[in-house]
Write a protein that binds this ligand. Structure first.
Ligand code: HEC
Length: 157
């Protein structure tokens, strides 16, 4: 009798422990990866991963991804190939010609303009705009196979 009661108590204790463990692992928030840092001046040697990828992931990919492109002028900026072939005005990215690229023409616009990109007041200007221009003028080099993640999937900068 005593033994059965002890086992019962042990069992409920175990269940309680298991439940607490499951709960604590569920409530864990995703790791905070902070924000990427930008150089104060345009670096002489650009690195796609460090300088271009974060700009596009933070500002563009939320809308211009494969899944949601249809709602955003058909433009998918997740891969180099997509960036150069998709969009109703494709190509929006012309390697070697930043000023001739619609992508840059839209970024330079007044944020009040209905076709300004990104459609948010903070926009891309100053050093960040110059980084993108330099990157395109130098041939829009994009390491093979690199797919820009949706900002909610990013695990590290
Ligand atoms: C909140 C969603 C959203 C974000 C973020 C966004 N765009 Fe767009 N983008 C749109 C929509 C919507 C259109 C279609 C605009 C229209 O036709 O009036 C568009 C159109 C464009 C076009 C024209 C494509 C074409 O072929 O006509 C370019 C280029 C573009 N965006 C570049 C960018 C870049 C570069 C970024 C990041 C710096 C960006 N966008 C961020 C929603 C977005």
């Amino acid at each position: 009798m005593i033994r059965a009661a002890t086992i019962g108590a042990m069992k409920s204790f175990y269940y309680l422990f298991a439940a607490a463990f499951i709960l604590s692992s569920c409530s864990q928030s995703p790791e905070d990866i902070g924000s990427p840092t930008w150089p104060d001046t345009v670096p002489e040697k650009l690195d796609f991963r460090a300088h271009v990828r974060p700009l596009m992931v933070i500002n563009c990919i939320e809308c211009h991804n494969e899944k949601d492109a249809a709602k955003h002028a058909g433009l998918n900026l997740q891969t180099r190939e997509a960036a150069m072939t998709t969009g109703i005005h494709a190509p929006v990215l012309i390697p070697g010609d930043a000023d001739g690229s619609l992508l840059i023409q839209m970024l330079g616009r007044d944020p009040q303009h209905q076709m300004a990109m990104p459609p948010t007041p903070d926009g891309i200007w100053g050093v960040r705009l110059d980084i993108l221009k330099k990157w395109i003028n130098e041939g829009a080099k994009w390491p093979r196979g690199v797919v820009l993640e949706h900002p909610s999937d990013i695990e590290s900068w």
